[in-house]
Design a protein around this ligand. Structure first.
Ligand code: GLV
Length: 388
């Protein structure tokens, strides 16, 4: 058993154990990957203060996200094709999240279906929705999430068309992988992954294969998005979806203060500041740089969450101290899953909790809910000065 001390350790194992096309899918950003890179490097520009001679006993990372108690302010983000990183990946990640006491979010583009995850967990999970052209299918999908007792709907607003990730095209990404000489040579070196995949029946897009017609290639994320996702999505449709759902809603993919104000006006329980992990608009600001202007724009009217770029507990601490109520991790837990299945996701959560806890103590704080901007050193022009 290797000694795992940080998310990077899990990432190295993930790369070694998982077929290249799925590792690359996880670890890519769109086009030049500028936003993908800056999501992490911008976190490093913010510094944590160090305070001494303060009582640091009895610490707690517990808080709430959309009124739900969480062991730490971290939810597992919706990640497409998670069940290709490891057999039954979404079920294993949801079980790890449940054990740890944090929310799990199932992607519309998951391999395990809503029903698969519900049958194999007992804590309610969150469901992420992509809006489709087919209204009947959309309605049925929402009904399925309700029947599974999902406790929040996370509506993604920034992926009606897919940003190009070069490696996915070069690797011929598909679920399940198509057997070509190149993919077979790669799969031959990932035999443990392959054996587990042979033992599961879940190898296609579980929420959509068999539920939607008219797709040229059911194994391709590119075909699904270009043929099914609704490019006309607008605030009116978001309001309609919200009504259809009738429960808690998180609006994901907000990067602009004007959109944040619109999201608050339409009404939601939280907005999720996100650039989709640098996978959509390349050249956009990192999420952590976009956070402050959005917090000011909504002025406490709704909870503000953040994803994109979080690879450590210190990153969570910085986002929360700046004013985010909660954060989401995507790659950080997928590295754990690809490395060691459910145990790896648990490890990723433990690593992040430990980093957050110790760094919080060294800030001189005992409760995550007591962290504030006073615990940070933020560069003066961090959000940037841009001409209109
Ligand atoms: C979404 O499913 C993505 O690939 O970013």
């Amino acid at each position: 058993m290797p000694v795992i001390t940080c998310i990077d350790d899990l990432k190295r194992l993930h790369k070694r154990r998982t077929p290249k096309m799925f590792y690359d899918y996880c670890e890519s950003g769109s086009w030049t990957e500028q936003t993908f890179r800056e999501n992490t490097t911008d976190f490093q520009k913010i510094r944590l203060k160090q305070r001494v001679a303060v009582d640091m006993s009895d610490r707690s990372l517990e808080t709430e996200m959309i009124g739900q108690k969480v062991a730490m302010p971290v939810a597992l983000a919706p990640v497409g094709l998670t069940g290709m990183q490891h057999a039954d990946g979404e079920i294993l990640a949801a079980q790890a999240a449940e054990k740890f006491g944090v929310p799990f979010t199932l992607s519309t583009m998951s391999i395990c279906s809503i029903e698969d995850v519900a049958e194999n967990t007992s804590a309610p999970f969150w469901f992420q929705l992509y809006t489709m052209k087919d209204d009947d299918y959309l309605r049925r999908l929402i009904e399925r999430a309700k029947a599974a007792k999902c406790s929040a709907l996370v509506i993604t607003l920034d992926l009606q068309i897919l940003g190009q990730r070069h490696m996915d095209l070069k690797n011929g990404l598909s679920a399940p992988p198509k057997l070509t000489p190149k993919s077979m040579a790669d799969l031959a070196t990932r035999w443990s992954w392959g054996l587990k995949m042979l033992q599961t029946k879940r190898r296609g897009f579980g929420n959509i294969v068999g539920h939607v017609d008219g797709i040229t290639d059911p194994s391709s994320l590119m075909s699904w998005t270009s043929e099914q996702f609704d490019p006309r999505l607008d605030w009116k449709k978001i309001e309609q979806i919200k009504e259809m759902w009738g429960g808690k809603v998180i609006l994901k993919g907000i990067l602009d203060p004007e959109d944040a104000k619109m999201a608050a006006k339409v009404g939601c329980d939280a907005i999720l500041v996100s650039n989709h992990g640098g996978r959509q608009q390349d050249g956009a600001l990192s999420s952590i740089r976009a956070l402050d202007p959005i917090l000011q724009a909504v002025g406490g009217e709704v909870e503000v969450h953040l994803d994109s770029g979080i690879r450590s507990g210190q990153d969570v601490l910085k986002a929360v101290s700046m004013g985010a109520t909660g954060t989401f991790i995507g790659r950080a837990f997928v590295h754990g899953l690809g490395a060691m299945g459910r145990e790896g996701v648990e490890k990723a959560l433990e690593v992040i909790a430990k980093e957050m806890d110790i760094s919080m103590a060294l800030c001189g704080k005992r409760k995550i809910t007591d962290m504030s901007r006073d615990d940070l050193l933020i560069p003066e022009d961090f959000s940037g000065r841009w001409t209109a």
